[in-house]
Design a protein around this ligand. Structure first.
Ligand code: AMP
Ligand code: GLY
Length: 425
């Protein structure tokens, strides 16, 4: 089968790496990909905002399945347009992508389906929002309603910060995504990411994972897309997973079906766990990045079987198998990320990493002649397997030492909570 994978981050390199292992793959194209994906498939300079062009490409190359990595094309309705053109597609429809595209939509679904989540209020003008935070006090969380590339959420620890976040949002800091906002109760606890593949009716949860959102060691500094991740998340035992499935995943899938907008694709529930009780922080309609990198290292079964079954609308015969080992991913980012940073800086030494337990997934990279240069904020994802999270961590950091990139940085403590819990058991 010929595959078109849409996206260009570390998540897509990890998906491409796994797809390339499938015996059923004939040819893999990635639009637009990065320096890493070009090693496992062919990068295509396709304008994915132009759905007609994507359809023409698929017809021309006899694409059997399109896999959509990021949320932006999904929220723009690419899956609907491809399906309309009879092209098999993994990823939710535009309406089902509202689960990520509008925080207010998801909050309403939670209320309707009794899904545990932070209490909230919704605002479309500044003054009532300011009055509300003054009544509520800090800590409190301000969220732009729409897609804001991970930047639309402010966890305000002081009232001043909350007021500033509201003013910024209504002054257009997030464009149309910030025309409405929600103000949400601050949730305390530990975060985990749970991924479920659905065919619109049934779902299969994948291995658990945890990521580190803050830019600096000790989970300090501003939020990022994710500075590292590991799988499995020791916090999620079978009983907690069953509760998450029952209280959060199942009612989401059922609620979407009842609305006549069934969700097929991968549902990524970001959860806060406290006293063994999960609460939904947010839904996403795609794999997490860098959580996906750890999942793809641990997945034993054929990824294409899983994604194709979801796209075809019947996952009942699929049971993914996992390696027992843990996986851990450390993100190398350009100096300055998540604020402004330079692109086009040279990375070397990748060829010195020769360990079968390590995989370097590329994110913001591209080839320039024989050289690899940076091309984004998050640039490389050093991912390692090990018998424990600790072992995977040691292996990943040993590999990083061999990389020569003056213009990048990384956190030195990825996995620390899991390692503490391993030591206590
Ligand atoms: P989101 O984009 O909704 O995932 O939010 C980004 C990050 O902000 C989350 O991963 C959490 O770390 C944090 N966050 C979001 N909502 C809350 C909340 N209600 N309470 C505490 N932290 C939150
Ligand atoms: N790592 C979190 C995300 O992909 O949104």
């Amino acid at each position: 089968m010929n595959i078109l994978l849409i996206g260009s981050g570390g998540r897509e390199h990890a998906l491409a790496y796994k797809i390339a292992q499938s015996k059923r793959l004939n040819k893999l194209y990635i639009a637009t990909g990065n320096a890493g994906t070009s090693e496992v498939g062919e990068n295509i300079a396709l304008d994915v905002e132009n759905h007609q062009k994507v359809i023409e490409f698929c017809k021309d190359k006899n694409i059997g399945l399109v896999i959509v990595g990021p949320e932006v094309p999904l929220v723009a309705g690419i899956a609907d347009d491809l399906r309309e053109a009879n092209i098999l597609t993994f990823g939710p429809s535009k309406k089902a992508s509202e689960l990520e595209g509008s925080k207010i939509f998801t909050k309403k679904l939670c209320a309707e389906m009794d899904i545990p989540t932070a209490y909230y209020a919704e605002f479309s003008t500044q003054q009532p929002a300011l009055e509300y935070v003054r009544e509520q006090g800090a800590p409190i969380v301000i969220k732009a309603d729409g897609l804001a590339a991970g930047k639309g959420v402010v966890v305000a620890l002081s009232l001043e910060q909350a007021e500033q976040a509201i003013i910024d949002c209504f002054s257009g800091a997030f464009g149309a995504a910030g025309e409405k906002l929600i103000i949400e109760e601050f949730l305390d606890g530990e975060e985990v990411s749970i991924f479920a593949i659905s065919d619109g009716e049934n779902f299969i949860t994948l291995a658990s994972a945890q990521d580190h959102k803050r830019v600096f060691d000790g989970d300090k500094g501003p939020n990022t897309g994710g500075m590292g991740a590991y799988s499995p998340a020791p916090l999620v035992d079978d009983a907690l997973l069953a509760k998450i499935e029952r209280q959060i995943i199942a009612p989401t899938i059922l609620g979407m079906k009842q609305r006549g907008t069934p969700f097929s694709g991968v549902l990524f529930a970001g959860l806060m766990i406290k006293d063994n009780q999960p609460k939904l922080i947010e839904h996403n309609v795609r794999f997490g990045d860098p959580e996906c990198q750890t999942l793809m290292m641990r997945l034993k079964s054929d990824l294409l079987d899983l994604l194709e079954a979801s796209a075809r609308g019947d996952i009942s015969n699929i049971k993914p198998q996992w390696h027992e080992q843990a996986a851990l991913c450390v993100v190398m980012a350009a100096n300055g990320y998540p604020s402004s940073y330079q692109k086009g800086t040279i990375i070397s030494g990748l060829e010195n990493i020769d360990d079968e337990n390590v995989k370097i997934f590329h994110a913001g990279t591209k080839k320039q002649g024989a050289e690899i240069i940076s091309n984004g904020g998050r640039v490389l994802n050093i991912t390692a397997m090990g018998d424990s999270v600790k072992q995977a961590q040691t292996t990943a950091y040993q590999a990083i030492k061999k990389i020569n990139w003056q213009d990048g940085f990384y956190r030195t403590d990825i996995g620390y909570k899991a390692i503490l819990s391993e030591q206590n058991n």
